[in-house]
Design a protein around this ligand. Structure first.
Ligand SMILES: *[C@@H]1O[C@H](CO)[C@@H](O)[C@H](O)[C@H]1NC(C)=O
Ligand SMILES: *[C@@H]1O[C@H](CO)[C@@H](O)[C@H](O)[C@H]1NC(C)=O
Ligand SMILES: *[C@@H]1O[C@H](CO)[C@@H](O)[C@H](O)[C@H]1NC(C)=O
Ligand SMILES: *[C@@H]1O[C@H](CO)[C@@H](O)[C@H](O)[C@H]1NC(C)=O
Ligand SMILES: *[C@@H]1O[C@H](CO)[C@@H](O)[C@H](O)[C@H]1NC(C)=O
Ligand SMILES: *[C@@H]1O[C@H](CO)[C@@H](O)[C@H](O)[C@H]1NC(C)=O
Length: 467
């Protein structure tokens, strides 16, 4: 009896405080608090876990050589492991298009000569093999095979005197140190020669991304780290597919950047790391050159291209340098009120209201003068990839407390039609995403409509990504 009585008292107190928590409008509250507020500090986010990557890189075995029947290819680009330490095999069917992978530029150089007896290359990124007897045929075969940048030619002899010329293709460069396959039972190998592409082609920039840096010999050590996956080949497009498919971080949202690099142990390539981040990084944090005997090579950073101008509202600042100001128009954004409304959609520069940084959008009369919803219109780029895009953003509707925020809502309008709506009542910062279809040609529009003061909704970190 006593405990249930206590529960009722506690519930009543919560209710009262929730109802009383709305006292001032967002403008009046910020005016009062900013006089002596220093703003909020943003929480720490996860940093790259190089130890875990090095540990998994040492465990995986991605080496191989001529296998199966001539002309049969190795498994397409796949994942070998995840950050959870679990070994998985996931094909990435959309990413193994040949033009996205590194390949031979013009010509080949001899890397090692053959001997008798000899051994074949047992190395990473094996592609396919064929029964080809001349060097020129073998190099032409490499040219014709997407991603090929190295060939190992040798003669395989069986006990019964049969011999076969093998031309084995790889999507990575190898050295004589990797001649470790002495032939299967009853076979021997001789004259194992290696040719490498003189010049590697720059991999195609994945759709919806831009190259930020690379190739350099250092990996990112940066905040907003989401995890890593090991790929069987160096393929930025495969990494991009995995970044797009990775579920959002509750605090940071979707994957917006990846760092792909090639791990080399004592001169031998071992695996291809795809590290993902919800905060775009750049070359300034690419400082990790390796650990122990593992060296980082071919490191490139790619950032997902958002098509919304200043989706994080950070470009809006106060002309007098204050920590608080607000406006109905800001770089990239226009707020529109209901016909008889007042400041129903605004942009605030005030850290305590923002999801990150200082800027944030507000739906609902900023002075609390009317209960009409407002509309924030984003500036959308000229979408060259017609087709499907993802609209992603964070919303918070806690300002006026549990009771008064109940009617809070936000609708996402794409080209004038509602494509998503959020009716969650009182809710702290939370990630949302909706898919939309672009018409292209600069004709696409994105708007956020909502707020019914005192049921305010704050909007931040808006991104529009090609899928
Ligand atoms: C902050 O400002 C409010 C209103 O002006 C005032 O009541 C409060 O005492 C101030 N707090 C500090 C720590 O100065
Ligand atoms: C990827 O590779 C597999 C096997 O080599 C092939 O069947 C598939 O068509 C390829 N996909 C694309 C998109 O190129
Ligand atoms: C291969 O053998 C030729 C002839 O003996 C020699 O000139 C050349 O330097 C050798 N190349 C390599 C990479 O070992
Ligand atoms: C490879 O080619 C040689 C002649 O070029 C032929 O004698 C041999 O049977 C072929 N081997 C296979 C497995 O096709
Ligand atoms: C290739 O090397 C791995 C060890 O890295 C070994 O497990 C595998 O058996 C080797 N394959 C051949 C054909 O030598
Ligand atoms: C504004 O107009 C709407 C309908 O157009 C009406 O329901 C609302 O009461 C009006 N609000 C004010 C503050 O006049």
């Amino acid at each position: 009896m006593l405990s249930s009585h206590l529960l009722i008292v506690v519930a009543a107190v919560l209710c009262v405080s929730a109802q009383n928590s709305y006292v001032l409008s967002p403008v009046d509250q910020a005016n009062q608090d900013s006089a002596n507020s220093t703003g909020t500090t943003n929480g720490q986010s996860d940093m790259t876990d190089m130890d875990a990557i090095v540990q998994m890189a040492a465990m995986v075995d991605q080496r191989g050589g001529a296998d199966g029947t001539p002309g049969s290819s190795a498994a397409p680009t796949m994942l070998v492991t995840t950050v959870d330490g679990e070994t998985v095999l996931i094909n990435i069917p959309d990413a193994n298009s040949t033009e996205t992978q590194l390949g031979a530029g013009s010509g080949y150089r001899l890397v090692f000569n053959g001997t008798v007896p000899d051994a074949a290359i047992n190395g990473t990124a094996y592609l396919t093999w064929n029964n080809v007897s001349t060097t020129s045929e073998c190099l032409a075969y490499c040219d014709a095979t997407g991603g090929c940048e190295f060939v190992n030619m040798y003669t395989q002899l069986s006990n019964d005197g049969q011999q076969e010329s093998r031309c084995v293709l790889f999507a990575d460069l190898h050295t004589a140190a990797e001649k470790t396959n002495n032939g299967a039972d009853g076979m021997s190998i001789q004259d194992s020669v290696g040719y490498a592409a003189v010049e590697l082609m720059e991999p195609a920039v994945p759709k919806g991304y831009e190259l930020v840096f690379g190739p350099i010999s250092a990996a990112n050590n940066a905040p907003g780290y989401m995890g890593f996956e090991l790929l069987s080949k160096y393929d930025p497009s495969a990494c991009a597919v995995r970044c797009n498919q990775r579920g959002p971080d509750a605090a940071g949202g979707a994957c917006k950047y990846f760092n792909i690099w090639r791990a080399v142990e004592e001169g031998k390539p071992t695996t291809y790391t795809c590290s993902m981040y919800y905060i775009p990084a750049d070359q300034s944090t690419a400082t990790n050159t390796g650990q122990g005997s593992l060296a980082v090579t071919q490191s490139r950073g790619y950032k997902r291209t958002t098509q919304v101008t200043d989706g994080d509202f950070e470009a809006y600042a106060c002309s007098d340098g204050s920590i608080f100001c607000f406006a109905q128009q800001a770089p990239g954004w226009v707020g529109t009120s209901a016909p008889n409304g007042s400041y129903d959609a605004t942009i605030f520069h005030y850290a305590p209201y923002a999801h990150g940084g200082n800027g944030v959008g507000l739906l609902g009369s900023a002075f609390g003068r009317d209960p009409q919803p407002g509309t924030l219109t984003a500036t959308v780029g000229n979408l060259v990839h017609k087709g499907v895009y993802s609209v992603q953003f964070f919303l918070s509707s806690t300002y006026s407390g549990q009771q008064l925020e109940k009617p809070a809502f936000v609708e996402v309008w794409w080209n004038g039609a509602v494509v998503g709506s959020v009716h969650v009542g009182y809710s702290p910062w939370k990630y949302y995403e909706f898919t939309v279809t672009a018409m292209g040609g600069g004709a696409d529009t994105l708007q956020f409509h909502g707020g019914m003061a005192p049921a305010y909704s704050f909007l931040d970190d808006v991104y529009l990504f090609a899928l």
